[in-house]
Design a protein around this ligand. Structure first.
Ligand SMILES: Nc1ncnc2c1ncn2[C@@H]1O[C@H](COP(=O)(O)OP(=O)(O)OP(=O)(O)O)[C@@H](O)[C@H]1O
Length: 262
């Protein structure tokens, strides 16, 4: 299926024919996917279908065996040195486990990228920006001088979100943003993600199994299975599409084209 994204103009992220195998294991078998500027795309699919591998290919952490990936019109696979740094500067990322550095204070975690690189800020300015971002995600200024271990899981997730938006990135990736949170906290994080993405006008790409997240965060949804995008469309169509993969996944049905492993 060729996916052109929903917006007009050049997409912010465009994958075409992206393939990747690890040894004899073929994970991606020709992924075609576009994300329009300012759009929030959520990739769904079962465990081990290659959602993380897809994100890693866009970030250049995994080099695909075939295919093309353009980020803001630039070849993301070939980018090296300065060009690659400039490309990565466009991204913010919320990692699955929060992935905070235990030995750094909360504000230093948030300001991690502000304190490094060519355009780095002085500590006072970086701290000020970090506190502003912490407030944006609902944490107080006092949180800044705690260590991550002193925070609850939900608070750590907020810190991860503050870090993801610290540089006001054009593109934000969310890897399983609600994993490990109770349903109420998950809902709070989903709302916060949606609000922030809209307010920043950022392009967002999220991977999740959580259908509540999908409904809250997505403008568009893409379903990855057996190495290809089986379906992509507006979030409002996930309940009505006749695509058998989406129907089975969204409704959690044991019978259908997706083999249930017991
Ligand atoms: N660096 C790697 N080396 C070898 N195999 C890998 C590597 N990265 C991923 N894989 C394999 O690729 C497959 C897809 O993994 P991936 O993490 O992308 O799945 P996923 O869809 O994100 O799953 P989950 O939802 O469980 O996180 C898995 O079988 C995994 O073992």
């Amino acid at each position: 299926m060729t996916d052109q994204g929903s917006g007009s103009g050049a997409p912010m992220i465009a994958l075409s024919g992206v393939a990747k195998a690890f040894g004899s294991k073929r994970v991606l078998a020709g992924v075609d996917l576009s994300v329009a500027r300012g759009e929030s795309l959520v990739i769904i699919g079962g465990s081990g279908t290659g959602k993380s591998v897809t994100l890693k290919c866009v970030l250049g952490l995994i080099v695909p065996d075939a295919g093309r990936i353009l980020v803001d019109g630039q070849d993301a696979v070939a980018a090296r040195g300065r060009a690659r740094e400039a490309m990565l500067d466009k991204f913010g990322m919320l990692f699955q486990g929060g992935a905070l550095f235990d030995s750094m204070l909360v504000w230093e975690n948030v300001a991690f990228r502000l304190l490094r690189g060519q355009n780095r800020l002085g500590r006072a300015e970086a701290r000020e920006t970090a506190i502003e971002k912490l407030k944006r995600v609902g944490l107080t200024a006092e949180t800044a001088d705690l260590f991550p271990a002193e925070l609850s899981g939900g608070m750590q997730k907020r810190v991860g979100l503050a870090r993801a938006i610290a540089t006001t990135p054009e593109i934000i990736f969310f890897d399983e943003p609600t994993t490990g949170l109770d349903p109420i906290m998950a809902d709070v994080i989903n709302d916060l993600i949606r609000e922030i993405v809209v307010e920043m006008g950022a392009t967002a790409m999220t991977i999740t199994h959580d259908m509540t997240s999908v409904r809250k965060i997505a403008d568009r949804v893409a379903m990855l299975h057996e190495g290809v995008i089986q379906w992509a469309g507006p979030v409002g169509e996930i309940d009505t599409t006749e695509n058998p993969y989406v129907h089975q996944f969204v409704n959690g049905l044991p019978d259908g084209p997706i083999a249930a492993v017991r």
